[in-house]
Design a protein around this ligand. Structure first.
Ligand code: BDR
Ligand code: CA
Length: 302
């Protein structure tokens, strides 16, 4: 498992919370988290992130509040999926520490410089913060060793429109700028692979009611989906991006250039064109990943 310094950019969210828990479980060298408006507005995104870290005993990880709205688009949240507060309506105890001393995009620049040549950046929300960071310091593309993006639907239908995946739909302009930049090592984890992974209702039911820590967190925040909404489970979009960032053998893919549709009905659609520098994931070893997810979060694997 890769133990290089890690930074996450999140819009916490149920599966973002699970991704934070997985990152901590697999690689304790989590150096910072930036937040962005996505699943929930920026206040809730930031507060949820701080509370999740606090519950997991990692208030030492600084949380930097990022962009409150997309670059140009009108902001849309996903409270219909993640519950009104983003954590399935679960009220976690407040965190005790203060927020980081700069904005999310500035924190990305700071961590890229501090850990130049080593940093793995994983984005699991709209790409607004990273686009702003690139605008502030284009040279971070040379400093960030590895970029893994949860976003896009490449050979697969969308989940927010028939064409678009939620994270890229919320801020397609930002996504276009990010995919246009010259990264050394960039991987796109889209619905093509995340829709092959799930925490099923059976798995959720097997988590003991008195579970604590990461398992207790997942049980609580998934209850709305698994019990109240009677869904068969939820996709592990964001945890898969974390797992792949730490072990790229979990996926295989194709190298393409990625472009974004910015107009009309297909706005937010991610397209692959020819050969390029983005490794677009097309296959995933889903069983290996789900087992690893369960082990790291102390969940029963059923
Ligand atoms: C993405 O959208 C959000 O709702 C999830 O947290 C994930 O990052 C999946 O389309
Ligand atoms: Ca997310």
């Amino acid at each position: 498992m890769d133990k290089r310094p890690l930074m996450l950019d999140v819009d916490t969210g149920v599966d973002d919370a699970a991704a934070i828990a997985l990152a901590i479980g697999l690689n304790p060298h989590l150096v910072a988290i930036s937040t962005v408006a996505g699943n929930v507005p920026i206040d809730a995104s930031t507060e949820n992130t701080r509370r999740v870290l606090s519950l997991l005993g990692r208030e030492d990880v600084p949380v930097y509040r990022g962009a409150s709205r997309p670059l140009t688009a009108t902001y849309h949240d996903a409270a219909h999926v993640h519950g009104s507060n983003g954590l399935g309506g679960v009220e976690l105890p407040p965190a005790t520490t203060t927020e980081g001393d700069c904005t999310g995009p500035e924190a990305i620049v700071r961590m890229a410089e501090r850990y130049a040549g080593e940093l793995t950046l994983i984005t699991v929300g709209p790409l607004t913060n990273l686009a702003i960071a690139l605008s502030l310091r284009p040279g971070i593309t040379l400093q960030i060793a590895r970029l893994v993006i949860m976003g896009g639907a490449y050979f697969h239908p969308g989940n927010i429109t028939p064409f678009s995946e939620f994270n890229l739909y919320v801020d397609p302009d930002a996504a276009g700028q990010v995919f246009n930049a010259e990264w050394d090592d960039i991987t796109a984890i889209g619905l093509d692979v995340t829709h092959q992974t799930a925490l099923t209702r059976n798995m959720w039911e097997a988590i003991p009611e008195d579970a604590t820590g990461a398992a207790g967190l997942v049980r609580a925040i998934s209850e709305r989906t698994c019990a109240e909404r009677a869904r068969s489970g939820f996709f592990l979009h964001d945890p898969l991006a974390v797992a792949v960032a730490l072990d790229s053998s979990l996926i295989t893919g194709q190298r393409h250039a990625v472009t974004m549709d910015l107009q009309g009905d297909t706005r937010g659609q991610s397209n692959v064109t020819g050969v390029g520098n983005v490794l677009v994931a097309t296959e995933v070893r889903a069983d290996v990943f789900v087992r690893r997810f369960c082990e790291a979060l102390n969940l029963p694997y059923v």
